[in-house]
Design a protein around this ligand. Structure first.
Ligand SMILES: [Mn+2]
Length: 330
């Protein structure tokens, strides 16, 4: 039994029990954890309550829509519905905001809680992924209410965990993460096939990877950045969202501590920040963003402001490297 979050688990259970119609949202430009947490929660509700209408909404991602389909809704569908968001830290990032203040809103997430926009905010930043949190919630429901998990739910939770941990590579992988993953493998889904499927890249993306390797810049010891202009994306026929998903491609570079991809979206430049040690979410917050300690997103107005952000990043990395020498780690 997971002791944490118990009161919130119970409150959320009661709300789900109370409503006949439940609409589940995820964040824009969904990643495997957005899909996984949203879909698994729906599976759990459908399996364990007989008469609920559970609706999944959100724009389809070409690479992930093989997992399940969402449906088109309009504002009338929200009448009397309970609305749940998964994996979505701030209100603006919710994909499809057709609900109103009349709707009771529940947020289930694992990002640092800057924007607690819901009536119930279940936010746990110690889990690897929102999908892991959904599993923890499920274990509470299993122990108290004898809930069951479907094979599909297990597969979706596994997808989310694999996505957010970079296949158990990133330091957000905890003992609980591995325990959950081990328990999930007792269910009937084809893990090898699933991982292969997630690993498939289009040929244009393969070509674009050569652009990334050729064009990243070393800004300062341990800090690397890549600028991607609209012309670059046109040349390779790819979308900003696809560029973002490649940000971990250079993480194995020797000496790298923190890095970012700066993607020109026309009216703004979206910055994907990553770190292997020092916290970078405060920098992201300074530049209109936020996120996790080691994985954040920001927005800058122009390339000059990107230089300011890189200066801040370089300072944080410099301090980190200095302290590491003092501590004698590594
Ligand atoms: Mn996530």
């Amino acid at each position: 039994m997971v002791e944490k979050n118990i009161e919130l688990y119970e409150k959320i259970f009661q709300k789900i029990r109370q409503y006949k119609k439940i609409i589940i949202h995820r964040h824009e430009r969904p990643d495997p954890d957005a899909y996984g947490s949203q879909g698994a929660l729906a599976e759990i509700i459908r399996k364990n309550f007989e008469d609920k209408e559970v609706i999944l909404v959100g724009k389809k991602s070409p690479s992930l829509s093989f997992l399940f389909d969402t449906v088109e809704v309009d504002s009338s569908d929200y009448k009397g519905a309970l609305v749940i968001t998964t994996d979505t830290a701030n209100f603006d990032r919710i994909d499809g905001k057709l609900f109103t203040k009349e709707n009771y809103l529940i947020k289930i997430d694992h990002h640092p809680p800057i924007d607690n926009y819901a009536n119930i905010n279940l936010v746990d930043i110690e889990v690897s992924s929102c999908s892991e949190l959904i599993y923890n919630f499920y274990t509470y429901l299993k122990d108290k209410y004898n809930f069951k998990l479907t094979d599909k739910a297990a597969e979706l939770i596994y997808v989310g965990i694999v996505g957010d941990t970079g296949r158990f590579l990133f330091p957000n992988t905890s003992a609980n993460t591995l325990k959950v993953a081990a328990e999930l493998l007792n269910y009937d889904f084809n893990m090898a096939q699933l991982l292969n499927r997630l690993d498939i890249s289009s040929e244009k993306m393969m070509r674009f990877r050569s652009f990334i390797f050729k064009n990243y810049n070393v800004y300062h010891d341990g800090v690397v950045y890549l600028k991607i202009t609209k012309a670059d994306m046109e040349e390779y026929q790819i979308e900003p969202g696809e560029v973002s998903s490649e940000v971990n491609l250079i993480r194995s570079l020797e000496g790298l501590v923190a890095w970012c991809f700066a993607i020109d979206e026309g009216n703004k430049i979206r910055v994907r920040l990553r770190s292997k040690g020092p916290s970078i979410n405060q920098i992201a917050e300074k530049y209109n963003g936020g996120g996790h300690r080691l994985a954040s997103g920001a927005t800058v107005k122009n390339w000059d402001e990107l230089d300011d952000l890189l200066d801040d990043l370089a300072r944080v990395v410099f301090e980190f490297n200095k302290n590491k020498e003092i501590l004698g780690t590594e």
